[in-house]
Write a protein that binds this ligand. Sequence first.
Ligand code: PHE
Length: 345
Amino acid sequence: MADLPTDDLKTLEAEGLAELAACTDEAQLRAWNSKFFGDKGAMKAAQAKLGSLPKDQKPAYGQEFNRVKVALESAYTAALAGKKEAALQASLTANPLDVTLPGRSRPRGRLHPATQILRQVYAIFADMGFQVYRTREVETEERNFDLLNMPAHHPARDMWDTFFTTTPGVVLRTHTSPGQIHVMRETCPKPVRVILPGMCYRNEAISTRSEIQFHQVEGLAIGEGITMADLKGTITAFARRMFGPDRQVRIRSSYFPFTEPSIEVDIDWPKDDPNRDRLTKGTGWLEIMGAGMVHPSVLRAGGYDPDRVTGFAFGMGPQRMLMLKHAIDDIRLFWQNDLRFLRQF
Ligand code: PHE
């Protein structure tokens, strides 16, 4: 029996599959593809042969041609995909990628502990109806001293070691109390209930308990019938919320030229802290504020009539409060910007 033209196609298929199987990489596969499916490839030649066949052989040849074409094409596609996958696997084992490695974390900022405690102070006093009022850090000597009942010759000025500026009569405020004058003059004759936070400066010997710069929060309430009982109630309510119900509050009588009578308020240092004696000079207490009933001459300096209204004022140290809360043994840590300290808050 004479060879059928379709036998050539079967031979072509067998050759194609065998050569395909022998390809070892993608480049060889592509070369195979142009050999069989290129413009001058074997399949083109096989297709061209169709025209020269006698009519009765054409359908069978055409069908077989199509079958072989599909078979070779799909074998090629599969072989190509297999080689790509193998190449990927090889590169993965050659340069292993650890997908379990944790991502790089973004450094998170946080508020300075001084800002945190100030915000706590604002929140507690806001609940008691006190507004926040800001005043300047550079003050006139008159408002820092004279209008607070301390004329130039007054020995009480010695309580505040002052930084004078090169402009005569202008100082860095030694306390937030000059803010009392600003508020009173702006608010008179209406009642006052404010806190005045801000930085203060004193030319002091720097130690574990004293810095040349520190925050204060001043408080001022003025109105009819305000008494010492209101001051004590406000301070103890504040201390309860700031330090919790288990800490003790001690109120001592004291002296300030701008309050009469005057008091100072202490909180007990944490009992179990080994630095307790050193930081409280053996007393167990740390002072957090001075306070008192606003002196009649200060009320007058602010425009009020001391025969009609009374008021109380206090000035507290948030850094001291932070020390008491966390048993911090050195006030200098607050402005040293040591991240090992700051990150703890
Ligand atoms: N200004 C005082 C100080 O810095 C504190 C204080 C404020 C005392 C208000 C009484 C009234 O020491």
